[in-house]
Write a protein that binds this ligand. Structure first.
Ligand SMILES: Nc1ncnc2c1ncn2[C@@H]1O[C@H](COP(=O)(O)OP(=O)(O)O)[C@@H](O)[C@H]1O
Ligand SMILES: [Mg+2]
Length: 273
């Protein structure tokens, strides 16, 4: 990012990062595991309980968090990067207590953000986060530099996995890179789209064993979310299942894990290395 864009974004280095609310990044190794759907609904659940929640779409080049809410951004991160708008001017409010910082879709510049540019962008967003109680970040899948820079910016990393072997292996890879960067980062696992609860719990146990053995840490088992046709139908209708069907199986699971976001355990100092 050049100096002009940095200035346009108001990227002032801040010493008091600690004053920001907890930032929770939701990520995955493999794509299509449900990150965006979970972030949107977790945000809606917490906002309905009175928390002021900021959702950040950090799938910078292929953003679709707004789509889940059925809202269209007039101004996006691209406008902010080009100096046509401030980051604050791009914020949408799809539900009471819920704000959304949209990214851009199909924008080459956003698709190719370097780790440095991503870090600068998020440093600029830090100022905005202070108006909220919790920040949930929806990332792209995988281990591209922009994703890893986003995870480094977050206080907590939640890895979403399916119950298939490919998802399992990729989740381990993400955990490994996150813990290599910061051995003490609070990390957690959500197993999504499970047919049977026992399958999800088995994935949690297996990943915990492998991670403990090879990384010296295991992710907190945040929860198991069932495959839920009501959630899928809501996504297709650009509605939120948490709003339309609060009694559905997926929403029940998300409602019970949501309060733990922003409060994940830090490892004990001896392990943090
Ligand atoms: N628990 C679930 N039950 C049923 N369908 C789900 C569930 N979670 C996600 N999906 C579906 O999976 C698809 C991909 O979800 P999405 O949130 O876009 O994944 P990601 O952001 O990880 O790429 C969507 O069509 C969504 O409806
Ligand atoms: Mg997504």
């Amino acid at each position: 990012m050049d100096a002009v864009s940095q200035q346009a974004l108001g990227l002032m280095p801040r010493a008091d990062l600690a004053a920001r609310p907890p930032v929770v990044a939701v990520t995955s190794g493999k794509g299509g595991v449900g990150k965006t759907s979970l972030v949107a609904n977790l945000g809606a659940i917490l906002a309905a309980r009175g928390q002021r929640v900021l959702l950040i779409d950090a799938d910078y080049g292929l953003a679709n968090l707004g789509v889940v809410f059925g809202v269209t951004a007039k101004r996006t991160l691209e406008d902010a990067l080009e100096g046509r708008a401030s980051l604050a001017e791009t914020i949408l409010s799809p539900l009471p207590n819920l704000a959304l910082l949209p990214a851009g879709n199909g924008i080459r510049r956003l698709a190719a953000l370097s780790a440095t540019a991503t870090g600068a962008l998020l440093a600029g967003a830090t100022e905005l986060t202070r108006a909220y109680d919790l920040v949930l970040v929806d990332t792209a899948a995988g281990i591209a530099p922009a994703v890893l820079a986003t995870l480094a910016w977050a206080d907590e990393v939640v890895v979403v996995t399916g119950d298939d072997p490919a998802s399992f292996v990729d989740s381990y890879a993400v955990l490994k890179l996150v813990l290599e960067e910061d051995a003490a980062k609070p990390v957690a696992l959500i197993v999504n789209r499970v047919q049977r609860r026992a399958d999800g719990e088995r994935i949690q146990r297996n990943l915990a064993v492998v991670a403990e053995r090879f990384l010296g840490r295991s992710p907190e088992a945040l929860g198991v979310v069932p495959q839920d046709t009501q959630l899928a139908a809501a996504v297709r209708a650009q509605r939120l299942v948490a709003v339309d069907a609060p009694g559905s199986a997926a929403v029940k699971a998300l409602t019970s894990l949501a309060p733990r976001l922003g409060r994940l355990q830090r490892p004990c100092p001896a392990l943090a290395g």
